[in-house]
Write a protein that binds this ligand. Structure first.
Ligand code: NAD
Ligand code: UFG
Length: 348
């Protein structure tokens, strides 16, 4: 299939491009580069095209998904079979400060994208949703039957609302196939160390913070709370290797080819690891020190969040292959080889 990948220059999008080409698909990327660097796409082409002649070229358009004419231009040039929709703003804290910008970008952008898609007869979409839509989950491990919860920030609400928008569109027009992938906590990087997570400024998320401490960019990790009702008191999450996560999108395309209608899947490993489990694994596997100190809880955090991924296995034939050791190894491999991230991106 030929796939429109919005946000394809970003962390998860760039890894997904590799899995798409490995599975025999082709892609067209649309990204406004608001949180990414085109160097990621150059390196993706390098990885996909290793040893191949002619070199692989992935068409890239620096277009904002809110720009209807820009999107129309892309659809005029390429026939698209499906869209994998990663484009969106994702910083939880920033979304609290700038709710309008988050609703406008994520919801406004998706509405424009979907409208242009249907006008061009492309009614297949895989949407990047998030475990955050479960709020403080009613059950652990979380199945897809678990009710959606109260989100603690506007970013989470954009995901929750967009799930509803896409399901309503499919209900009104059954020609649509909509797959909602609820990601748990993506970490890791491509094993080559050529592409990885490239946060702008101070990382919000645990793994990039750990790697930046390990590489000497930051003094120590703050562990947000050690008084949660968890085995060691620190927060427990379902970390998933980004290469596994990328592979889930390829499996979801098979569901679309089978005309699945609506498909909703948790994408995690089903294992919960605490903050200190992650720090200890990182130190053990990589042989580097990660100084940390205990800080107060972070507002909006929950104690425990991990999923039951059985539905994705049963219906998509997908399951995670990588464990915690590969996650911390590949995160470090990327950071170590690219201490400043991709070149030219203004980092501090
Ligand atoms: P990312 O920021 O690395 O990638 C998102 C990409 O979208 C970036 O390249 C950015 O430039 C682009 N973008 C943003 N707004 C755009 C717009 N209006 N038009 C065109 N491009 C735009 O983030 P990621 O970690 O790769 O996440 C991908 C998707 O997965 C996002 O929708 C995110 O919300 C979702 N998600 C991420 C996580 C996570 O922890 N990383 C967890 C759950 C869900
Ligand atoms: N943590 C620290 N110190 C840090 C950063 C995080 O102790 O410097 C802790 C948090 O308190 C939490 C755990 O590490 O217990 C994971 O935190 P992250 O910020 O890495 O991830 P979250 O689970 O808070 O949220 C992430 C994404 C959300 C997404 C969610 C579920 O940021 O966008 O996973 O997919 F919705």
């Amino acid at each position: 299939m030929n796939i429109l990948v919005t946000g394809g220059a970003g962390f998860i999008g760039s890894h997904t491009l590799i899995e798409l080409y490995k599975a025999g698909h082709t892609a067209v990327v649309v990204d406004n580069l608001s949180n990414s660097n085109p160097e990621s796409l150059r390196r993706v082409e390098e990885i996909i095209g290793a040893g191949e002649t002619p070199a692989v070229h992935i068409p890239f358009y620096e277009v904002d998904i809110r720009d209807r004419e820009g999107l129309e231009g892309v659809f005029a040039e390429h026939k698209m079979d499906a869209c994998i929709h990663f484009a969106g703003l994702k910083a939880v804290g920033e979304s609290v400060e700038k709710p309008w910008e988050y609703y406008e970008n994520n919801i406004g952008g998706t509405l424009t994208l979907v409208d242009v898609m249907r006008k061009h007869g492309c009614k297949n979409i895989i949407f990047s949703s998030s475990a955050t839509i479960y709020g403080d989950p009613a059950e652990i491990p979380i199945t897809e039957q678990c009710p959606k919860g109260q989100c603690t920030n506007p970013y989470g609400w954009t995901k929750s609302m967009l799930e509803q928008v896409l399901m309503d569109i499919q209900k009104a027009d059954p020609e649509w196939n909509v797959v909602l992938l609820r990601y748990f906590n993506p970490v890791g990087a491509h094993p080559s160390g050529r592409i990885g997570e490239n946060p702008n400024g101070i990382p919000n998320n645990l793994m990039p913070y750990i790697t930046q401490v390990a590489v000497g960019k930051r003094k120590e990790l703050g562990v947000f709370g050690n008084d949660y009702p968890t085995p060691d008191g620190t927060g427990v999450r379902d970390y998933i290797h980004v290469v596994d996560l990328a592979g889930a999108h390829v499996c979801a395309l098979q569901a679309i080819a089978r005309r699945c209608g609506i498909g909703i899947y948790n994408i995690g490993t089903g294992h919960g690891y605490s903050v200190l489990d992650m720090v200890k694994a990182f130190v053990r596997v990589n042989g580097v020190d990660v100084p940390y100190s205990i800080k107060p809880r972070r507002a909006g955090d929950i104690a425990t969040c991990y999923c039951n991924p059985a539905k994705a296995k049963a219906e998509l034939g997908w399951e995670a292959r990588y464990g915690i050791d590969e996650m911390v190894r590949d995160s470090w491999n990327w950071q170590r080889q690219n201490p400043e991230g991709y070149p030219d991106l203004n980092q501090n």
